[in-house]
Design a binder for this molecule. Structure first.
Ligand SMILES: NC(=O)c1ccc[n+]([C@@H]2O[C@H](COP(=O)([O-])OP(=O)(O)OC[C@H]3O[C@@H](n4cnc5c(N)ncnc54)[C@H](OP(=O)(O)O)[C@@H]3O)[C@@H](O)[C@H]2O)c1
Length: 305
């Protein structure tokens, strides 16, 4: 089928929670969903940055229905508080697990002592999703953000916290493989429970800030920025377009649980969103089930029911 990323199906009456909705791809997912009529909740760890994003969103989509909530995925106490707050506010129809951290080289840890990328990108979202599960509406979707880097990654169950031979990019890829294993396992468990909720995944290709349209007061181009970023456009796209596969995963009426969306262009780095296939390692059901059990143990959060 053809999919027009600029004509997102109407989302009126649906509530979308976007983690990391205060910046980058998450902001643009929120903007595109708000434009389609969804009530969007920007979940961010920093009050000022999140309010700035809300101001940009309202300037861009004057009729937007939008709110914000505090969420630090690197602290499970914050994840629990936010899940309680969101559940109390009513059903969640779209949970977009977008926030992500890439380490700058030195190994770091979350508040509970997990390696920062595994702890934030996977464990934080794992806990948030399971805690919010009872509050998901019957036609809800959970969208998880993967990355092309997952394809080269391997999970090491003897060293999930990456204490040995820490290499930042490899650890990032591993965290994204964990995210994709979780997305697939979540969908299997939903099906096994007879649930109508869908778990889908997406990746943005290569999405860079320099090619992203200005959204004052959140993001404005400095002088000559467009000129400097122009060569990148050969391979990369703006974060507004990086949001397209995520929005398609969230709203395409034909999307089925377990599907994965990404840009259709060469190397899947840019282009309109299309259905894609994750690497074989992300289809490993034994690893996915084991990761689920370990994630329950580490976070202390279990699948409801
Ligand atoms: N850009 C790409 O080319 C690319 C490629 C593959 C995958 N991805 C994935 O796409 C997603 C969005 O990427 P992006 O390019 O938009 O990144 P970005 O511009 O760096 O934004 C990351 C977002 O995650 C939030 N975040 C980080 N740690 C958090 C925490 N502990 N608690 C709550 N929020 C936290 C950030 O909040 P703060 O503002 O507070 O830092 C920010 O809102 C990520 O999952 C990333 O791994 C991106």
């Amino acid at each position: 089928m053809t999919w027009d990323p600029l004509a997102v199906p109407a989302q009126d009456g649906r509530t979308a929670v976007i983690t990391g909705g205060n910046a980058g791809i998450g902001y643009h997912v929120a903007e595109q969903l708000a434009r389609a009529g969804a009530h969007v909740v920007l979940a961010g760890r920093n009050a000022e940055r999140t309010r700035t994003a809300l101001a940009a969103l309202r300037a861009s989509v004057p009729r937007a229905s939008a709110a914000e909530v505090r969420l630090d995925l690197a602290d499970l106490r914050s994840v629990r508080r936010t899940a309680e707050q969101l559940a109390a506010a009513g059903p969640v129809d779209l949970l977009v697990n977008n926030a992500g951290v890439t380490s700058s080289g030195k190994r770091a840890e979350t508040a509970q002592g997990f390696e920062l990328m595994f702890g934030t990108n996977h464990l934080g979202h794992f806990a948030l999703t399971l805690l919010l599960a009872p509050a998901l509406g019957p036609d809800a979707r959970v969208v998880s953000l993967g990355s092309l880097t997952h394809a080269r990654a391997r999970l090491d169950f003897d060293d999930l916290q990456s204490r040995d031979g820490y290499r930042s990019m490899a650890v990032y890829g591993r965290s994204k493989l964990a995210v994709l294993l979780f997305a697939a396992e979540l969908d299997r468990r939903l099906r096994a429970n007879g649930s109508t909720v869908r778990s889908v995944a997406a990746h943005p290709g290569w999405a860079v800030q320099g090619l992203t349209p200005a959204r004052p007061p959140l993001w404005e181009h400095g002088p000559f920025a467009a000129l400097r970023s122009a060569p990148l456009a050969l391979l990369a796209q703006g974060k507004d377009r990086g949001a397209w596969p995520v929005v398609r995963a969230a709203t395409d009426p034909d999307a089925v649980g377990g599907q994965y969306f990404g840009p259709r262009g060469p190397g899947s780095l840019k282009g309109p969103p299309a259905v894609q296939v994750t690497a074989g390692s992300a289809h490993d059901r034994v690893a996915a089930a084991r990761l689920w059990t370990v994630s329950e143990e580490l976070t202390g959060v279990s699948w409801p029911g």
